[in-house]
Design a protein. Sequence first.
Lengths: 298, 160
Amino acid sequence: MNREDYRKAFDELSFSADFQERTADLLQQRARELEKERMNMTFSKTKKMAALIAACVALLAVSVSAAYMWLTPAQVAEEHDQPLLAEAFQGPDAIAINETVESGDFSITLLGLVTGRNLDTLNPDLEQDHTYSVLALRRLDGTPLENETFDFGSYTMTPLVAGCSPLAVNNWSLDAFAQGFAKDGVYYYLLDTRSIEMFADRTVYMAFYEGFVPNNDTFTVAEDGTIAFADDFSGVHALFTLPLDPAKADRAAADAFVESTGMNGWTNERSDPEGEWNIERHETEDGEEIFLTPKGEQ
Amino acid sequence: MVPFGTDETISRMVADYSDMLLRLASARLGSTADAEDAVQEAFLRLLTARPAFRDQEHEKAWLIRTTLQRAGDIRRRAEQRNIPLEDVAEPMAPESPGEELRSAVRALPEMYGAVIHLHYYEGYSIKEIGKLLGLPAATVGTRLARGRERLRQMLKEDVV
């Protein structure tokens, strides 16, 4: 058997001629029903809330931040149809964080994380531990965040590790899978990465910021390896320190991982794009070979 | 990206991904009707889960994973209802070489079947499959090699 045989065997299959039309119709109808349900729920919730607020105002004053209710990480996992993960978020290995940073127009709350194996029902036979982290985002002025309008792709949620280049340990090298949804005006991120516990004997961060791949416009790395946002970074941002158990660190695995990325270089100095490359020229029989390597890369 | 749920995005995604997902589901399910159910269920999950995708690769990866999960669910439900395979006296003879190959692929353990299909039908590299399924490339390579070996044993011919 070769690829051609394989393709031929599966190309022989015929599906319903109207599958696409039928499926699109079904989805469009279901989307309208869901929208109607959502509007009804919002309406009924608003009426209930009005009654509740009227009752509470007479009894006590509660600060806005204390009164704010998030979904729990377990509920976020349930929304993603991940029952095993939801259970893990309620188990002994879960780490509750519940820290909030206000930045720009947003309040950013890291709710918690858990590390484990085979917690993902969509991908049940992973052969290594993964870390799942949940973050909540809301607007400080109370304007609800909605799936239809929130620009998920403009923000990045990523682990970073002190002493390692942000180019080496980040979402991209950790094979992250980020998902999000809005509920009751709050936007929830569920980030799945390879386990970050191997770095637990160092300072491990969870960064959230407006932007894409980490670079020196966004971050600075101090001589002792500490990572911080650049002083002039103006986008929405928050940096949380994760309370991981140092006993779970695996320095050899962490070093091997960083080494495998081939990206453990860093410079805080910014330069014009043309000056960011080392240029090596070598004479060859056919002329000249030119090697370009990023200056920060070792 | 435009959020899923508008008529425009629904039509685009159904048109872009249906064929690929139906054949992927057929690598796990013997009935085309079941494959169609699995793919419809995966699309419906988009409406309720409302994931926000970074880009089209992320969108595709999500649909592939969800379709595989739905196909696995349908298969497990069917297996629970049916007589165990070992109680069946004699399996029916395959009607064509294509049917024989499809049956062999479906008989592979779940962890091998998806990798084999994505590689042989869709032409994805080991690294690309790793990204789509959220697995390390080394794991994908191992599964591909083991899946090929099992197919070779079942089909009694070389698998290249």
